[in-house]
Ligand binder design. Sequence first.
Ligand code: SF4
Length: 233
Amino acid sequence: MRIKNSRESNSPPFQDSPGRAGAQETRQDGAAVEAVIFPDAPALQERSLDAWRRLCLTCRRCSLRQEAKGVVFGEGNPRAQILFVGEGPGGEEDKLGRPFVGAAGQLLDRILAAANLAREEVYIANVVKCRPPGNRQPRKEEIEACLPLLQRQIELIDPAIIVCLGAVASRALIRPDFPITRERGCWQELDNRMLMPTFHPAALLRDPGKKKAVWEDIQLVVKLYTQICGEES
Ligand code: SF4
């Protein structure tokens, strides 16, 4: 993975993008990727997000699955230009099999509404897809086991923008030592996608003083999203 932050990049973020324009190539490579992640599963008959979701729902690659009710794959527009990535499912998410439906999810809904973004317009997922017991942070080995599932999910959705909600998502997708407090709000570029690290909504519930910073970050996201939509129309 190649990461640049926006201060290192001289080019506009959404010029021609080999990764995103090469979707057909990605689909062909997908079979090999899926076989590595799930070597014992029958080959998928189609390269689609839904087929990948069904396969991921059978996942037992780490011990988190033992105590979780099920795999919370994620939800939203399968062709979303904005993907929000959180840490992992909590109790409510585990119960309902949906991401961000607890208190933090309700706050995320309010942030989306304030930004004039419909939840159905974007996609929402997590770094780990099974609930860590007691809502503890996912461990390194659990993140390592689950990250390939998210990476394949990202390829299939092919979003232009990824919003990393919190330190766990930022460290999983940007770099392991990413300092969320110091570098939130600063665009990062990853494989021709733009990543915006910001605080997790749960952090805002604990410390409402962080809301202003998140709102500033989301406004940057909306600005770029509007620009992309304008270029595509
Ligand atoms: S957390 Fe991820 S890797 Fe672990 S069992 Fe669940 S889906 Fe599989």
